[in-house]
Design a protein around this ligand. Structure first.
Ligand code: COA
Length: 384
């Protein structure tokens, strides 16, 4: 296998955007190409992740992006894997560069949904659940994650205030991120007093609906060395699956696909969870971050809440989680999120993260799943 590197990264701001889906996809792609210091013609293929392009009247985004970059003859692949689309696109690109099919490729994720309003977006998103058992029965994502939260609070000594602390921490980090959607500090009282969305989850336990696009350039190490000194290596990649509907799982307080993907990624990287310096994890709801950090092996089962109480996951803690602000504060444009996590790791490990830089970090991990974790990908990166 070729060694695979990330040599450039770019992102639009996340939030409610006015530009078209095609425009923001191209903007992020151009940013990534410029940050890599390469010409578009050096890109050999494009991997474009998106879920609801139909909501902005543009599907089959791959050829549209390549045409706008002036390389219409280059092949592209449009990828959908619900909220985990970005990391699946990244994985496909990784596999193709590692396998020697291409020297350099573009991976761009995008979503543009906020113009459809909360009611429609909630309905669209529920199509990503196992619709027969969940969506059509009225179980939208806040409800499904509320079931997981209720199970966790019942099984372990955890409280709604513990969940609130995750939101407070991620908003603190997002406040330092100029591209974050919800860029404001909040308190535990703000979370506890916010409107109940699906008990025990309240407004501030939920990620927002966001628009946005993120992009990275992947290449083999020979290509990286020819173009820049500022690159990072992809040292681990793993994917996994879980029963699509929650009712098919044995436990609601763990996500099987995360464990499978993480085990494969750690094995490829030849490292243990304790070697990871920081992680961007899929915190679509505060409970998800708690469950993720246990499934990724950072904390024992039932112990992540203690870690949050002790500040271990804060920016200056033992294992900073979601320095970008995470889905909770940075935002969650679902097709872009997995790629946006890689942008954050690239920024952190190449000195571009400004005030939210994790001190002395050398190894970063990304974790991104689709729906309630029906599909998942984990990637591990190392500075050079
Ligand atoms: C929580 C949720 C229901 C709120 O929707 P809403 O009540 O229609 O919110 P609106 O868009 O009308 O915004 C109302 C206000 O709340 C804020 N807001 C919206 N969502 C927010 C969130 N998740 N966290 C904090 N603030 C939020 C808005 O900025 C706005 O503030 P303003 O009045 O100061 O401008 C919606 O964001 C949601 O469903 N989130 C989950 C998305 C999801 O399921 N993603 C997939 C995960 S698997």
């Amino acid at each position: 296998m070729e060694k695979v590197c990330v040599i450039g990264a770019g992102s639009t701001k996340y939030g409610k955007l006015q530009e078209s889906i095609a425009d923001i996809t191209v903007q992020a792609s151009v940013d990534a190409i410029e940050s890599a210091g390469i010409e578009p013609k050096e890109i050999e293929a494009g991997y474009i992740s998106n879920v609801f392009g139909v909501a902005d009247k543009q599907v089959h985004l791959g050829p549209v992006v390549m045409s706008n970059l002036g390389i219409p003859e280059k092949p592209s692949l449009s990828i959908e894997s619900a909220c985990g689309s970005g990391s699946v696109a990244f994985r496909e690109a990784f596999a193709n560069v590692a396998g020697g099919f291409y020297d350099a490729v573009l991976v761009t994720g995008v979503e543009k949904v906020t113009h459809t309003g909360t009611e429609w977006t909630t309905t669209y998103f529920s199509y990503c659940s196992d619709f027969f058992y969940e969506g059509q029965a009225g179980a939208s994502f806040p409800g499904l994650f509320a079931s997981m939260a209720r199970a966790y609070l019942t099984e372990f000594k955890a409280t709604e205030e513990d969940l609130a602390m995750v939101a407070v921490k991620n908003h603190d980090n997002g406040f330092l991120n100029p591209k974050a959607h919800l860029r404001k500090k909040i308190t535990i009282d703000d979370v506890m007093n916010s409107a109940v969305v699906a008990s025990p989850l309240k407004l501030y336990d939920c990620c927002p609906f966001s628009d946005g696009a993120s992009s990275v350039i992947l290449c083999n190490e020979k290509f990286a060395k020819q173009h820049t000194k500022n690159y990072i290596r992809v040292i681990g990649s793993g994917r996994g699956g879980s029963p699509a509907a929650l009712q098919g799982r044995n436990h609601l307080t763990t996500i099987p696909s995360t464990k499978i993907a993480a085990e494969a990624a750690y094995k490829m990287a030849g490292i243990k969870p304790k070697n990871v310096d920081f992680a961007e994890v899929h915190d679509c709801f505060t409970i998800a971050e708690i469950v993720d950090t246990e499934d990724l092996g950072f904390f024992d089962k039932g112990k992540a809440v203690e870690a949050v109480r002790d500040g271990k996951t804060r920016l200056n803690g033992e294992i900073p989680i979601n320095p970008s602000g995470g889905l909770k504060s940075k935002g969650h444009p679902i097709g872009a999120t997995g790629v946006g996590q890689v942008v954050e790791v690239f920024d952190q490990l190449t000195g571009r993260a400004g005030e939210r830089t994790v001190k002395d970090a050398k190894i970063g991990l990304t974790h991104n799943f689709g729906a309630t974790g029906a599909s998942c990908a984990v990637h591990i990166f190392q500075s050079v």
